[in-house]
Ligand binder design. Structure first.
Ligand SMILES: [Zn+2]
Ligand SMILES: [Zn+2]
Length: 340
């Protein structure tokens, strides 16, 4: 079959609704930035940013093949969406491989040892922390910069150099055109991109208590590979709202991470129901929004080494309790978009 075919009738409704929303928000965002004048700047930036957020989460759906009947078609959609959320410098195949290893090996499989990097470059670390104090997501700007220059920086991706250079040239030209027509629209785009990064890492930062392992291109595999009980005990669900399920649609239900890890092939719209079925009806099974916001605000400069004064290192059920009482730093770098 060569046409994109949704996996189910329900999927056709929910997925196409979300996709339509993402593309509309993205287009309306650009339109407001170009044509909306001063009044259009804030709504334009927010819509553009949110369109990019949904596109990014949709790439995660494609990585799990929840949208279309074949892997190939899910991959094609993800490759298109990569142009919307800016993850198209490398290949979707690399995103999918790294992310599926995260699920199977119960590990954050990495190439970039960012802790080592910051230890070796104390001035970069200091500058990063200062920017983070101002709520500028400097740690992830570094990660996304590596993503942009992926084939130049990662030796194992050198074979993607032609593709990488082509994408950089196309995107840089488009941004140059935007700047020429309306520099304020470029500022809106930069802010929208920051919003996307902040939202993605805000949600990602509390989903697991695993440390990372630099075994993306070889090295010892996690001892917890395939251990489903361990996986659930070290996975958490930072959601936006327990009472109003629809609020979680704003992040394509990505916070329901226990349900997602229990059944990675379940599409985003089934996750709230699955959480209640598999994990429980008790709101104590999730991390609610208020403590998440408190932690992000209080410990924003400690999310690299998790070394905030007075914060203890905990895991498993103690991690969940600590998160619910806002006693954790959360992390920055575990994003499915940055596949290294
Ligand atoms: Zn996960
Ligand atoms: Zn996943």
């Amino acid at each position: 079959m060569n046409t994109w075919t949704f996996k189910s009738a329900k999927g056709a409704r929910w997925h196409s609704g979300a996709l339509l929303y993402a593309l509309t928000a993205y287009s309306a965002g650009w339109w407001l930035l170009f044509e909306g004048g001063g009044l259009g700047f804030v709504p334009g930036t927010l819509l553009l940013g949110h369109g990019m957020i949904i596109a990014a989460y949709f790439i995660h759906e494609c990585a799990h093949n929840t949208v279309f009947t074949t892997n190939k078609h899910n991959g094609q959609l993800a490759a298109v969406l990569g142009w919307f959320c800016g993850s198209c410098y490398g290949t979707f195949k690399d995103i999918r491989t790294k992310h599926l290893r995260h699920h199977v090996e119960n590990d954050d499989v990495m190439w970039f040892d960012y802790e080592g990097f910051f230890r070796r470059h104390p001035w970069v670390y200091k500058a990063t922390r200062i920017l983070e104090w101002f709520y500028i997501p400097a740690h992830d700007i570094l990660m996304h910069t590596i993503m942009v220059f992926t084939a130049f920086i990662i030796p194992q991706r050198r074979n993607q150099l032609t593709r990488n250079v082509t994408v950089i040239c196309i995107r840089a030209s488009l941004l140059a055109v935007v700047t020429y027509i309306n520099p304020l629209a470029l500022l809106g785009y930069i802010l929208a991109y920051m919003i996307m990064i902040i939202v993605l890492r805000f949600v990602d930062g509390l989903e697991h208590d695993y440390p990372y392992n630099t075994n993306l291109f070889g090295g010892p595999i996690s001892e917890h590979k395939g251990d489903l009980v361990w996986e659930q005990a070290h996975t958490f669900s930072p959601i936006l709202s327990w009472r109003y399920e629809w609020v979680n649609w704003l992040i394509l239900n990505f916070g329901y991470h226990n349900a997602h890890h229990a059944k990675p092939t379940a599409p985003w719209y089934d996750l709230p129901r699955l959480h209640r079925e598999l994990i429980g009806e008790d709101p104590e099974t999730v991390i609610r929004l208020w403590p998440q916001l408190l932690m992000y605000h209080r410990y924003r400069t400690y999310r690299i080494f998790h070394d905030a004064p007075g914060i203890q290192s905990v895991s498993g059920p103690a991690f969940l309790k600590a998160a619910q009482s806002a006693q954790l730093t959360g992390g920055n770098a575990a994003s499915f978009l940055t596949a290294f």
